[in-house]
Design a protein around this ligand. Structure first.
Ligand code: ASP
Length: 437
């Protein structure tokens, strides 16, 4: 068994968190590859080191001294080193970095130092080999990660050292320069490493006990999802749930490696397991994996007697596309169809869209309803089970929620309803209380 464990910023924020990480690593010898973010906030008033480093760079840019910020950063690392009895020469390395700082210092190189220092300290603390991401995560000239080259280097490092720590978030360009990924990019490094070494599980350690079944701002203390497929996760993410970014899980998803989201502060919690595969029929009442939704959509209903649906719909979609208005759902009737799109995405273009629809589709009538919210119940266990949608609609109806549109994909992975914005929270609560809680 081989596990790659990635620890986010809050999991490595200070001495206490470093201790928790060590206990987690020592609890399972399979955790042989560790990826870390830069130390994050220890409490609400604290700062993420990455933010401080970006701030430093802004100071340099404007020719303002960043000595104080550099001092804060150095202290933070020196404190961790001292309280854990480590030896890494924080001051010496910081001095070398300071000597290189000037207006031309690349922002990527500077901010990457948050992960670099955190990983140096973590490697020493765990007794693992430190492998610099500059030597094992490579970008091509196109700025994309060179998967083959990176895979080879990461696998070779593990082969040689058996237990390794890699800093997340950055890698090296063919020019030799350091490049950072988008914010939160250590997740990508973790997934990359898991795919490279063929891990059985990619553990992503955070400060929550997994993905929640619904938004906790709407449903009080929702249960974490025990198991979810990559396909379900995609549906939830698309519908606005704050879950891991798709790009960041691509390498593990591709290889069918399970991703386990865990809580560093509650390692006894099993967290959420994200797995490949889809087929799974449920016999219990919990056929919903998660609920998510987004507000502020507009429904445009086009009616035309005896219309040629294919042609008219095609024309309408072409118009929406021209105005960059993403169509979320389409409902088709005999003599009408309705397009649901984000009100913000359409913006003022709505009036041009309507004018073009009138001109091109020549409808008998066009109606516009805005302030619509979309709410999706996502669940692989809904597939091939009769009666599910009826039960969902009945529960919503019984609670006075008027359903404006209904959409279910042929894969039966999600049932999405359009409701009035003002019913948004009620709809989510009703679905959660009735079928997920
Ligand atoms: N430290 C970087 C950030 O704050 C990357 C990461 O945490 O994954 O975005």
């Amino acid at each position: 068994m081989l596990k790659v464990a990635k620890f986010g910023g809050s999991s490595v924020a200070g001495t206490e968190q470093f201790r928790k990480v060590k206990a987690i690593i020592e609890a399972e010898s399979a955790r042989r590859v560790v990826v870390v973010s830069a130390a994050g906030k220890r409490d609400a008033g604290d700062h993420k080191l990455t933010d401080l480093l970006y701030l430093c760079h802004a100071h340099l840019n404007y020719g303002v001294s960043c000595d104080e910020i550099m001092q804060t950063i150095e202290q933070r690392f020196a404190e961790i080193r001292a309280s854990l009895g480590l030896h890494f020469d924080v001051e010496g390395e910081m001095e070398k970095l300071r000597a290189r700082l000037n207006r031309d210092t690349s922002v990527d190189e500077l901010v990457s130092r948050g992960e670099y220092f955190t990983a140096r300290l973590m490697a020493e603390y765990l007794g693992y080999a430190f492998i610099d991401a500059a030597d094992c995560v490579f970008f091509g000239y196109d700025g994309q990660i060179d998967r083959e080259k990176s895979d080879r280097a990461i696998a070779a490092a593990l082969e040689k050292h058996k237990r390794i720590v890699i800093p997340g978030f950055y890698g090296r360009l063919p020019t030799g320069k350091i490049k950072v990924m988008s914010r939160g990019g250590s997740d990508i490094t973790g997934a990359l490493a898991a795919a490279a070494v063929g891990a059985d599980v990619y553990e992503n350690w955070t400060d929550v006990s997994g993905i929640l079944m619904a938004d906790p701002r709407i449903v009080p203390e929702p249960r974490p999802i025990a198991k979810i497929t990559y396909a379900e996760l995609r549906e939830l993410a698309y519908m606005g749930a704050s879950v891991m970014h798709e790009e960041s899980i691509q390498p593990v998803k591709e290889k069918g490696i399970a991703l386990n989201i865990r809580n560093t502060n509650r390692p006894e919690d099993p967290g959420t397991m994200i797995v490949g595969g889809t087929e799974e029929r449920g016999d219990d009442d919990r056929f919903i994996t998660g609920i998510a939704g987004k507000r502020n959509f507009t429904i445009i209903t086009v009616s035309k007697q005896n219309m040629n649906a294919n042609l008219t719909l095609c024309q309408a979609l072409e118009i929406m596309d021209r105005f960059h208005a993403p169509v979320e759902h389409i409902t088709l009737g005999l003599d009408s169809f309705a397009l649901v799109s984000s009100s913000a995405a359409m913006g003022d273009a709505l009036f041009d869209i309507l004018a073009d629809l009138r001109k091109t589709c020549r409808p008998d009538d066009i109606r516009v309803q805005d302030d619509i919210a979309l709410v999706a119940a996502v669940g692989r266990k809904m597939s091939s089970r009769p009666g599910i949608s009826g039960r969902l609609f009945k529960a919503l109806g019984d609670s006075g929620v008027n359903i404006r549109t209904i959409a279910q994909g042929a894969d039966e992975l999600a049932i999405t309803v359009g409701v009035d914005n003002r019913d948004f929270e009620t709809a989510i609560r009703v679905l959660y209380d009735g079928f997920a809680g």
